[in-house]
Write a protein that binds this ligand. Structure first.
Ligand SMILES: Cc1ncc(C[n+]2csc(CCOP(=O)(O)OP(=O)(O)O)c2C)c(N)n1
Ligand SMILES: [Mg+2]
Length: 308
């Protein structure tokens, strides 16, 4: 069984087994996730769950979660190979959340995907919860790394991609990073390493929401996000509207189908707080302030705009 969209892995991988003797290439069980629920509906559910978690804690990085929901829906329900009931399945694609403060968004996606049970939503951010406010690998099934010290996810992804290739494992490594991380030198060391090692099993997704803690990214180091910059380093680069589902899906397909031996980046232009207009208009969206009565209002606005 060849991976449909990834023609360039080693044929030898077909016979590789993990230490338990299970064939890595056993086709994943898609039941319960690639159902007839549309990607738009998945994205809406991710937004709903994120808002609920925000309401429970009275705070959260909700602007990021609402902004990246479409990308997460396309990634988890169109692109990624994984088994919801076996998050450590050796054949899974690795999804790295370099930006630990986006954990609320990934928890929502993992719940929607059936990796985390929905009942746990009420524990978000509480003592002993498996969903702390910043993502930690040792706490949460499906959380591959402890991100949050910004600028390190891509370097870890490079190491993982090299390791998987060495083991003959055809899984892909996805790294979700932020535009703020483009200002970190360690990111660019990883960019160069990925090219040096011809890592065609690495897909980097940049959430370009034009926001950092201190203001707009375009006022800082925005040139780093442009495709020509990545292409000059030797990457295959695409730039899309990250809130346009069809565009995100097409970009993921193109990244996976590429036969050239190079890493791939998809720069996703997203809108912070997408789907809740009164929050979209807030000036400070990095840690958007939501009043206690605004959580239900935000949910109502989201429901009004839901896909028909
Ligand atoms: C190395 C490092 N420096 C600073 C921080 C503090 N910090 C947390 S989130 C953040 C904003 C960075 O911008 P971006 O990742 O684009 O965040 P967004 O506002 O889009 O969520 C900063 C500076 C950190 N976590 N790690
Ligand atoms: Mg940002």
């Amino acid at each position: 069984m060849f991976r449909k969209f990834h023609p360039c892995f080693d044929v030898l991988a077909l016979s590789v087994a993990n230490p338990e003797g299970e064939e890595i290439m056993t086709p994943p069980d898609r039941s319960g996730r690639r159902s007839n629920v549309s990607l738009e509906e998945r994205a809406l559910n991710i937004r709903r769950k994120a808002l609920r978690m925000g309401e429970i804690q009275g705070q959260g990085y909700i602007g990021q979660a609402l902004g990246i929901a479409d990308v997460l829906a396309a990634t988890y329900f169109h692109a990624l190979e994984y088994r919801p009931d076996d998050p450590e399945w050796e054949g899974r694609d690795r999804f790295l959340l370099s930006i630990g403060h986006y954990a609320i968004a990934l928890y929502a996606a993992l719940m929607e995907a059936g990796v985390l049970p929905e009942e746990e939503i009420e524990t978000y951010g509480m003592d002993d919860s498996r969903m702390p406010m910043s993502g930690m690998a040792s706490y949460t099934p499906g959380m591959e790394i402890t991100g949050g010290s910004l600028g390190h996810g891509l370097g870890i992804a490079v190491g993982m991609a090299m390791g998987l290739r060495r083991k003959g494992n055809p899984a892909l490594v996805y790294n979700l990073m932020s535009d703020g991380e483009l200002g970190e030198g360690s990111t660019w060391e990883a960019v160069m390493s990925a090219v040096q090692w011809k890592l065609d099993n690495l897909i980097c997704i940049v959430d370009f929401n034009n926001q950092q803690a201190d203001g707009p990214t375009r006022d800082a180091l925005a040139v780093a996000a442009e495709p020509p910059k990545w292409e000059a380093f030797g990457w295959h680069a695409q730039e899309v509207d990250g809130n346009d589902m069809d565009a995100v899906v097409a970009a993921l397909d193109a990244a996976r189908a590429l036969a050239e031996p190079k890493p791939r980046v998809i720069i996703c232009n997203t809108t912070m707080c997408k789907g809740v207009d009164f929050l979209e208009r807030r000036e400070i969206t990095h840690f958007v302030r939501v009043e206690p009565d605004e959580w239900s209002k935000a949910l109502a606005v989201l429901e009004e705009g839901k896909p028909q």
